[in-house]
Structures are given as structure tokens and as C-alpha cells.
Write a protein that binds this ligand. Structure first.
Ligand code: ADP
Ligand code: MG
Length: 252
């Protein structure tokens, strides 16, 4: 079984319009990859297709998680199998407290008949909230309801830290964060780096990558990865803008 998230020639459309146009990408366990790209290039579409969002239709290609077909699984199956997506626009779940949500998600991962240890659960959750500088009052509040943009992003990272996925995709987790919050979130993500985990960090700006230094940077444009390189590629993009990539493509 290969220890990698392997996406090959992925094509997907929404409401009849093709957005992903043959995207290929591989994130091995132990690595952090970044995807950068202009708005509208399909970054969020990729993340939602991987998570199993019902609005998106996969028309070709594959996504294998440790050799297992991710796209053939139900949404909750993907999550239980170790896939995690931190949404660009996190969902609100009125009436479900943050603590109960996390507890239910973890409970769902246990074999039938096993009960989560409540004391250990709270201890773990509080430790992780402290790391993210989140106030304890967020445990009792409905998931993301009335949270500020930055609070939602921290809460997504808390979910990731609690669920300990094999592969995590973070869709513009930096947007809406001030610099202090960005550093705290980046610290949380860096603490999750592990030989047992692959992470894909999607961002429009280079700034986040000052704090989460990626092993590989991919540039996405018009539904495809058009260029990949080391961390310096992010700096080059910041300096020259995305037009440079477009010009290079046009010339090729
Ligand atoms: P990015 O995250 O790179 O900014 P998106 O994946 O959000 O890009 O969007 C890519 C394109 O797909 C955009 O043109 C957007 O309008 C379109 N799109 C995404 N989701 C939907 C949807 N649910 N309905 C219609 N169009 C969509
Ligand atoms: Mg997006």
C-alpha cells in the first residue's frame, strides 16, 4: 500500500461547467505541499471534490489515498479513512456544540462497542485549544455559529488536531487572519507535521508559507497544476505575480 495521496488527471464539473481539467498531483506522507493560484483557478473545487461535496461531478481521473479509491467513498467514509478538509468558508452547525461535535467525530472512528474516555477527551481538547490560544468558552458554543472569520479558521485547525487525519487539505486557512492569528494557526499546522501525515496547504498569498514552509509548491491555473517547484517558487510568484506563469504557458 503506497503512502501517498495520488491525484491523476482529475476532471470535475459543477453545474455542467468543467472546472478541473486534468489535474495531477501527489502528496506523499511526511510532506507538506502548497497550492498557489489566482482566484477562480479551481483550488476550492479541488478540495471539495476530494472531500466529496455533492455539487461537484467527477468526470474523469482518480484520487487514491494510500492506494484506496477516495472518490468512490461516501463523505463520512472519507473522513473516517483519514481524509480531512479545512474549508475556506467553514460551515456553521447550529445546535451542536463544538465539544459534542468533536466527540461524536472521534467516537465514530472507534470500533463498535468502544466508548470514548470523556476525561481524556477533554484533557486533549483543552491542551490543543491552549496551543491555538482558543478560549474554553468555544467548547460549549455551536460549531462556528457567530464565530468571526479568524475564530472559524482556528476551529478548523482544532478539528484537524483532534481528528489526526492521514491527509489534510487546508483551503485558504490564512484568509481572514491577522498576523498574530496566522502565526498561531501556522504553529498548530507545523505541530501536525509528521512522517505519518501528508498536508496540502492551499493559499492565494505567499505570506502563510513564511510560517508553514512547504516541501513542494504547485501553481494551479485554469483547473490544472501548471508548474511545481521548491519553496522558492512561492517567493518568485509573490515577486512576479501570476501573469508571469500565464506568459510562460502561452510561450510554451
Ligand atoms: P479558487 O478557490 O481557486 O478561487 P474555485 O474552485 O472556488 O476557485 O472556483 C473555480 C471556478 O468554479 C470559478 O469560476 C467559480 O465561479 C466556479 N464554481 C465553483 N463552485 C461553483 C458552484 N457551486 N456553482 C457554480 N460555479 C462554481
Ligand atoms: Mg478558493
Amino acid at each position: 500500500m503506497s503512502n501517498t495521496l495520488k491525484i491523476e488527471n482529475l476532471q470535475a464539473s459543477v453545474e455542467g461547467t468543467e472546472i478541473l481539467k486534468g489535474l495531477s498531483l501527489e502528496v506523499p506522507k511526511g510532506e507538506v505541499h502548497a497550492i498557489m493560484g489566482p482566484n477562480g483557478s479551481g483550488k476550492s473545487t479541488l478540495s471539495k471534490v476530494l472531500a466529496g461535496h455533492e455539487d461537484y461531478e467527477v468526470t474523469a481521473g482518480s484520487a487514491l489515498m494510500d492506494g484506496v479509491d477516495l472518490l468512490g467513498m461516501e463523505i463520512d467514509e472519507r473522513s473516517r479513512a483519514g481524509f480531512f478538509l479545512a474549508f475556506q468558508y467553514p460551515h456553521e452547525i447550529p445546535g451542536v456544540s463544538n465539544a459534542n461535535f468533536l466527540r461524536a467525530a472521534l467516537q465514530a472512528r472507534l470500533p463498535k462497542g468502544e466508548e470514548i474516555d470523556a476525561v481524556a477527551f477533554y484533557k486533549d481538547m483543552y491542551a490543543k485549544m491552549d496551543e491555538l490560544e482558543m478560549d474554553r468558552k468555544f467548547t460549549g458554543r455551536s460549531v462556528n455559529e457567530g464565530f468571526s472569520g479568524g475564530e472559524k479558521k482556528r476551529n478548523e485547525i482544532l478539528q484537524m488536531m483532534m481528528l489526526e487525519p492521514k491527509y489534510a487539505v487546508l483551503d485558504e486557512t490564512d484568509s481572514g487572519l491577522d498576523i498574530d492569528a496566522l502565526k498561531v494557526v501556522a504553529q498548530g499546522v507545523n505541530a501536525m507535521r509528521s512522517p505519518e501525515r501528508g498536508m496540502l496547504v492551499i493559499t492565494h498569498y505567499q505570506r502563510l508559507l513564511d510560517y508553514i514552509v512547504p516541501d513542494v509548491v504547485h501553481v494551479m491555473f485554469d483547473g490544472k497544476i501548471v508548474k511545481s517547484g521548491g519553496k522558492d517558487l512561492a517567493l518568485e510568484l509573490e515577486e512576479k505575480g501570476y501573469d508571469w506563469v500565464k506568459e510562460e504557458l502561452a510561450a510554451a
